[in-house]
Ligand binder design. Sequence first.
Ligand code: AHR
Length: 705
Amino acid sequence: MTIFAVSRTTKNTGYSCLDNALISLSVKPRYSNVLARWRLLGLHTIDTGKQSHVTLGIKKTFPERGEMFKDLRVGLVTLSAVMLAVASSAQSPKATLSIQLDKPLHAVSPTLYGLMTEEINYSYDGGLYAEMVRNRTFYDHGWSGIPRWNLVHIGNAEATMSVDETSGPSEALPRSLLLKVEKADPEDQAGVRNEGYWGMAVRPGTTYTGSFYAKADAGDVGPVRIALIGDSTGTALASATSEPLTTGWKKYEFTLKTGSVETSSENHLSLTVGHAGKVWLSLVSLLPPTYKNRENGNRVDLMEKLAAMHPKFLRLPGGNYLEGDTIEERFDWKATVGPLVDRPTHRSPWEYQSSDGLGLLEFLEWTEDLQIQPVLAVYAGYSLKGAHVPPGPGLTPYVEDALDEIEFLTGDAASTKWGAIRAKLGHPAPFPLKYVEIGNEDTFDHSGSYEGRYAQFYKAIKTRYPQLQLIATMPLKQMKPDVVDDHYYERSDEFFDLVKHYDNVDRNGPKIFVGEWATREGGPTTNFGAALGDAAWMTSMERNSDLIVMAAYAPLFVNVNPGGMQWESDLIGYDALSSYGAPSYYAQSMFAAYLGTEVPASTLQGGSHRFFYSVTRDATKGKVYLKLVNANSTPQPLEINLGGAGKVGASGILVTLGAADPAETNTISTPTRIVPVKTTLKDVGSTFSHTVPGYSVQVLEISAQ
Ligand code: AHR
């Protein structure tokens, strides 16, 4: 038995490792809630103003000292929760969990966990989509000036800028920035700078790929100098020079390569010229290396975070983003495909302009990069401010548009019009498609037109694509849809009450897609209390995964900078430089990573009312996965009986996500305060005891043939 003593002389994490001594932790003030809880449990604590100490008589074994160091530093609060489980004499009444492995109830939906995002909270522009230039086509709205753009004049150079509505590089982009340079020379240049999405992340030894469209009023304006500049130093971190400008619109490409610069997001992009004259600019773009090196692709860190959620599908393109505030502002997919210069951009219902750089094909490439299925939502004739297209001939163009869209995804490149267009855009292979959703949240259409609109889309799509499963966005009275999309945005207590909801739903009705759900506690990203609500809800979705074919948390992303968030309580937060997952993110990743193929019969007797579980099994792999969610502050002792198993492994994998208090959370500056900790659980067998710590989510993987 090893017992730790933590020295009081060091600031936060100093300690020595002694045998047969008491534990004494020195705790930073931000952990005062932990101390308060320990005090309540009658443990001895000393407060010294700046710093507090607690002495605990806990015996705990760690395999070796190195691991102990790591655990204590990265997971003090988690560790304290584990300790509490051991230290506290208060615990919930013992429960018995009996599992009959030889009695499978039903299969687990192979597509249970997936993703849902839309252009909200700067999810794509300023988020997943790697573009660094903000307002690259000058269509953003602002109070004054040209949003995100400012003038640059070096030395005595002089210039003005304005938006020119009369000239642009394409029919889709008839507008540009007009720079009038009164005075400039190759030394004292004049031009414009872009601030990016709350800065521009610049890293050492990195190649950035850029381009812009431009024209000049005369042939002597010369080239454009492009540079990434440090905000505070004014130093160029990387620069390039374009070809000399011509009097006609032309695309100019460049690369910026950094050397040994400091990693920082406090940078901007400047474009300057060294000669007087008029210059028009449009579609100024700069991208860092992207996930899987996709041209016009996605941010690497965010894609890696999505991959780690083990998703099976992506519901695209929304959400309210599909509908738009008005019919004109719907996600008009045809305006989002093809060269960027042919995309007019559009206003998202979340109050900002979407660049549409992440258009329909980019959504599909994203699914391809994660090897997941697209779940395509088609615009169905209702927009958020109430406009709707009644069923009948007026709706036919929208139905045709949806048929074209399905053909764009799935059509043969040689024999279909939209399949051929997809091939021309660089993707000859069709995408797999099983589910198509007709609209979004049409329960808000108080005209009652959805029954008829759904029926019209259903008939047309099923006639051409009988294999597709069509999702309705609300329950219908006149026909049975294949699937109904249910949305839940709840507090954790509400989810604790809802966990039995689907147990009694009619199995002869439509299948269920929980297309949006989240426990809304904490912001910008959710806290540990929300993770408890989420985990409880996921136990219910796993148990009912004969009915629930898919489920997706929403919203997934938030840019945590001031003004970045329109919807509080999101899963993954980021700024220009880095990103982090909320505790809920880790709960979901754990649930999806350890998921079997069938649900065996099980019963729980005793235990607290805020203790939840699910059991799935993968007979081929010989694994049983237990999800154990203790939303109480006190530990939950369990006896676990694995009936009907041949041979049960003597140890299991135990993954714990825990916190001392539901209000604990991760932030952009403390991104890993609450993360899963993986350990080995010993003394497992066909009957064994296990105590689930207070405020914790655990996944237990057991080998059982
Ligand atoms: O996820 C945020 C919004 O919530 C979605 O856009 C909408 O479908 C729901 O109301």
